[in-house]
Design a protein around this ligand. Structure first.
Ligand SMILES: *Cc1c(COP(=O)(O)O)cnc(C)c1O
Length: 364
């Protein structure tokens, strides 16, 4: 289905980000997180780019995402972070489950014995996220000796994703190290990992054997206090909307539902082919900007389901064949994922995963 948005995805930037992250993590094993269709960028294309640039493993949330990548011919090690709904696929497609509890461990052990195969697993310990993961680290020892399972990784997840409270993350790292102390000595082959993007850049104590970046791979800083980027990360996604028509609005005229915008002068309003159905969330009504012909202009009135209006008065030469940049840069102007996130009262993760999905994608 072709809607009004065009997403341009810069694979060169994606490869460059992977290399910078790998360097920032001291050359450690990189598990590239490509869940949610690679944060709205297209999982197949981005997975290929990250692997080409040196990522060793991919991580997805659900089995269905892993199936899609395997069907596209991607053969790298693949970690399924949350889902175990389809155990058969783990064996058939050589996927690596993350084990969060004893029941799941036993289920995989039985399935492995039944197939007379062994399966590599990563075991997750909860160190404060309160979401998924073993609560009692003593269970790691039990899982390690279950027949058919090969303990290949030990992991945890940080709850302060942006490291707003660095002490808290260090506490989690220590707790993780304590939980797994007995295992790292016994086997060097076990990959220990806890770092998300933020920890890659600001918490070297968390680097361990592998890092698990997501957001930063797509060129977005995980830090609100450093929104314009860390190191040399380059945004991968830019999104534009077609202009459907340009309307004259007389002084005193109003725009869109609820008449929340009144023209203070005669103006020109461009009607853009995007709305909240594309993930251009309604929270951005009267609160965001778009770039038209190199000029940054405000969104006027409420964002509708399929349409959004912007004030293009005074944009020289503006015409219906122009595009409006919703995310990305044009000329000397830029609209960052952080800027949209602030306008919408959310985080860049949500902007990327919603805005990137319905668009026509062009890979460059
Ligand atoms: C999403 C996710 C990541 C990546 O986090 P970023 O903040 O995007 O770098 C890493 N690990 C797990 C378990 C995740 O769910």
């Amino acid at each position: 289905m072709r809607r009004g948005l065009i997403a341009r995805i810069d694979l060169r930037a994606a490869r460059s980000n992977l290399k910078h992250i790998s360097k920032a993590a001291g050359g450690r094993h990189v598990i590239a997180v490509v869940k949610a269709d690679a944060y709205g960028h297209g999982a197949v294309e981005l997975s290929r780019a990250f692997l080409e640039a040196g990522a060793q493993t991919l991580a997805v949330a659900f089995v269905s995402e892993a199936v899609r990548l395997r069907e596209a011919g991607i053969t790298s090690p693949m970690l399924v972070l949350f889902d175990r709904s389809d155990i058969k696929s783990f064996f058939d497609l050589d996927l690596t489950p993350v084990i969060h509890d004893m029941n799941t461990a036993e289920e995989f052990s039985r399935a492995a014995q039944h197939r007379k195969k062994s399966i590599k697993v990563h075991v997750k310990v909860d160190t404060g996220m309160g979401r998924m993961g073993l609560e009692d680290p003593a269970d790691i020892a039990k899982i390690a000796v279950l027949p058919g399972l090969e303990l290949a990784g030990l992991m945890s997840h940080l709850s302060d994703a942006d490291l707003a409270d660095p002490e808290c993350s260090l506490h989690q790292v220590e707790k993780f190290q304590k939980s797994i102390a007995g295992f790292t000595i016994k086997s060097k082959k076990i990959l220990r990992h806890i770092s998300n993007s933020a920890a890659v850049f600001r918490c070297p104590e968390a680097h361990m054997d592998a890092v698990r970046p997501g957001l930063s791979l797509y060129g977005i800083s995980p830090f609100e206090d450093e929104p314009d980027g860390v190191e040399a990360l380059r945004p991968v996604l830019s999104v534009s909307a077609r202009i459907l028509t340009i309307r004259r609005i007389p002084k005193g005229g109003t725009i869109s539902y609820g008449r929340t915008y009144t023209a203070e002068r005669d103006m020109l309003a461009a009607v853009l082919a995007t709305g909240y159905a594309d993930g251009y969330t309604r929270a951005l009504s009267n609160r965001s900007h778009v770039i038209v012909r190199g000029r940054k202009v405000p969104v006027t009135g409420r964002v509708c389901m399929d349409l959004t209006m912007a004030d293009v008065t005074g944009v020289e030469g503006v015409s219906e064949s122009d595009e409006a940049v919703l995310l990305g840069s044009a000329g000397s102007e830029a609209i960052t994922a952080w800027e949209l996130a602030r306008g919408a009262g959310t985080i860049p993760y949500e902007i990327l995963t919603s805005l990137g999905t319905g668009a026509m994608r062009v890979y460059q």
